[in-house]
Structures are given as structure tokens and as C-alpha cells.
Design a protein around this ligand. Structure first.
Ligand code: NAX
Length: 329
């Protein structure tokens, strides 16, 4: 076991994704079974009591890897010296709320998180934003953390990536272990584009499956992009365990590396590749090498893919403009 525990802060710790994530982190699913962890549960003051209940349950797990567990309602104290920050807590969209109001409420939360991280997080902190609108929240947090490199701020599209792998597995009747190189481009929203043109499916080019344009455009793409809505309709609550699983996969790959011959999907600040404006937090195909994300460059983008990537990037641009207009960028 590592002698120095890794300090992991989880905001929204008493919410449903936080609840699904914390026990798996404590069990070693994210950082490995040889790494001890300090968990910091970060919540709004009203939810501190609920977080206390979660801590009681963490205690009752008697997790050998769990060195310490603390609760915070102040992000500045919570993020002091933190190595990994999972920013899950966000203001949900409520009935009658305009999209602009959602952007504005969350931009305020994530600006404060960025400032708090800048004030005290470890220099090479890894930040994963899960709270929606995740891409733009990550952009805002990074903008308020000028001393932390922009590529340490990422947003979660791994859940979408896993959904795409699973949907392809069901369609092709090939196990998920034999599917590689799927890509989610763009925003974590219904405009996202799940791209199979570079994938390998049971040893066959995934592009072969794209010949069935009806399946691709009317089934696969909307099934992946609207999966969150389908889950709300069936479960009466939004994705939680699968979102926590995506977050854990994201950090696991970031720390330990992506498997040879494969890549994953990560939303991170565009360096201006694939014609995507510099700075927008956009989902790309990424490999993790030496603890850093590297965008897979040089892939051919056909006109079908280009139009869909552009539409999602347009949405990211309009979200950025909306928060900039509020003076939060
Ligand atoms: P819940 O409403 O169950 O929990 C959210 C928790 O966050 C609450 O306990 C609340 O008190 C806390 N919170 C709110 N503002 C906070 C702040 N400023 N600091 C600390 N804690 C705060 O939501 P849950 O289902 O857990 O979802 C959390 C977020 O994940 C939502 O924004 C949701 O839209 C988003 N999702 C993102 C996904 C992705 O793939 N990127 C997929 C799943 C999910 O929809």
C-alpha cells in the first residue's frame, strides 16, 4: 500500500452519484487496491447532515484503504492540498427554469470551485466535472484557476462513451471487450456525436456498420445521446451508478493509462485541433500517457461526422457566450 494517501474531494457527496461513487473509491476501484485514500465529502450546509450519514456508512464498510474521511461545506478548505477533485454537486434544472438560468447558477458554483482549487489544490490536481452543464462548468472552473494548467480540468463524457460501446455491443452481438476506438465528440448533451467510423468491432471495421445509415442515424446515435432521458423515464431518477462508474473509469485511466491500442473519450480544453476553437471544453478521443491526457490527432473526419461535430461545438460556443455575457468568464 502507498504510505501517503491520495486526497480525493467529492462535491455533491450526499447526492445520488456521490453515494454511488464513494464506496467504490473507498474499495479501491478508482486508484487501485494498493493506494490508500483520504476522502473529503463536500456538500451544501443543508446537506451536511445527510453527508454525516454517508460517513457513518463508509465507517461501517471498514475499508482497509480508507485512511481518513471528512465533511466540508466550504470549498476553500475542502480543496486545500487535494489531489483529485470530482465536482459532482450542481444546481439541478427545475421545472420552468430557463437554460440561461441553469448556466448562470452553475457558472457561479464552478467559478467558486475554480478559485478554491487555485487557492490550495496540489499543483498537478486532476479535476473531473460531472455536474451539468459539465463542459461549460469545467471551462468556467479552469478560467478561475489561472495557476493550474488548463488540461488538469476535464468534464465527463466517459459515461456517454461507455453507453456507445454497450449499444454497439448489443447491435453487433460482440462482447464489449472486443470493441475499441469509439469516440464521443462535443458536448455532454443531446448534441454529442458518438462516432463509430474509427472503431474496431470484433476485429471488423466499425465503419462497416455505418453502411446501415438508418440504424446509425435513427437508432445508434439517438440511443446513445438520449440515454439519460430514457433512464429517467424508466427509473424515475437520473443515471447515478453508471455516472459514478464513468467517473471512476475516467480517473482510473487518467492515473493508470488507457489500454494499449485503445483510447477513450474525455472533454478537455481544445488546443485548436480538428477545427475546434481553442479553449472550448470539448470531448475528444484521448489516450492517457504518463498521467496526462493526449488527444489522438490526425483522424480523418468525413462530412457526416463533420456536420455533427460542428453542431455540438456550436452549442458549446453558445454556452460559453452565455456565461461570458454574465461576466463569469
Ligand atoms: P443529486 O441532486 O442527487 O445530488 C446533487 C448533490 O449536490 C446534492 O446533495 C446537493 O446538495 C449537492 N450540491 C449542490 N450544489 C453544491 C455545491 N455548490 N457544492 C457542493 N455540493 C453541492 O444529483 P446527482 O444525480 O448526483 O447529479 C449530480 C450532477 O451530475 C447533476 O448536475 C447531473 O445533471 C449531472 N450528471 C452528469 C452526467 C455526466 O455524464 N456528465 C450524467 C449523470 C448526471 O446527469
Amino acid at each position: 500500500m502507498t504510505s501517503t494517501p491520495v486526497t480525493v474531494a467529492v462535491t455533491g457527496a450526499a447526492g445520488q452519484i456521490g453515494y454511488a461513487a464513494l464506496f467504490r473509491i473507498a474499495a479501491g476501484a478508482m486508484l487501485g487496491r494498493d493506494t490508500t485514500v483520504n476522502l473529503r465529502l463536500v456538500e451544501l450546509p443543508d446537506a451536511v447532515r445527510a453527508a454525516e450519514g454517508v460517513v457513518m456508512e463508509l465507517d461501517d464498510g471498514a475499508f482497509p484503504l480508507l485512511a481518513n474521511t471528512e465533511i466540508y461545506d466550504d470549498p476553500v478548505r475542502a480543496f486545500d492540498g487535494v489531489d483529485i477533485a470530482l465536482l459532482i454537486g450542481a444546481k439541478p434544472r427545475t421545472k420552468g427554469m430557463e437554460r440561461a438560468d441553469l448556466l448562470s447558477a452553475n457558472a457561479t458554483i464552478f467559478a467558486a470551485a475554480g478559485k478554491a482549487l487555485n487557492a490550495g489544490a496540489s499543483e498537478d490536481v486532476r479535476v473531473l466535472v460531472v455536474g451539468n452543464p459539465a463542459n461549460t462548468n469545467a471551462l468556467v472552473a479552469s478560467a478561475h484557476a489561472p495557476d493550474i494548467a488548463g488540461d488538469r480540468f476535464t468534464a465527463l463524457t466517459r459515461l456517454d462513451h461507455n453507453r456507445a460501446v454497450s449499444a454497439m455491443s448489443r447491435h453487433a452481438k460482440v462482447p464489449v471487450t472486443e470493441i475499441s476506438r469509439i469516440i464521443i465528440w462535443g458536448n455532454h448533451s443531446p448534441t454529442q456525436y458518438p462516432d463509430i467510423f474509427h472503431s474496431v468491432v470484433g476485429g471488423r471495421a466499425g465503419a462497416d456498420y455505418a453502411a446501415d445509415t438508418h440504424w446509425l442515424t435513427d437508432d445508434f446515435i439517438p440511443t446513445v445521446a438520449r440515454r439519460g432521458t430514457a433512464i429517467i423515464e424508466a427509473r424515475g431518477a437520473s443515471s447515478a451508478a453508471s455516472a459514478a462508474n464513468g467517473a471512476i473509469d475516467h480517473v482510473d485511466d487518467w492515473v493508470h493509462g488507457t489500454p494499449d491500442g485503445d483510447w477513450t473519450s474525455v472533454a478537455l480544453p481544445s488546443p485548436g485541433v480538428y477545427g475546434i476553437e481553442e479553449g472550448l471544453v470539448c470531448s475528444f478521443p484521448c489516450r492517457s500517457v504518463g498521467g496526462r491526457w493526449e488527444i489522438v490527432e490526425g483522424l480523418d473526419i468525413n462530412p457526416f461526422s463533420r456536420a455533427r461535430i460542428d453542431a455540438s461545438v456550436d452549442e458549446l460556443r453558445s454556452e460559453r457566450a452565455a456565461v461570458a455575457a454574465l461576466g463569469l468568464l
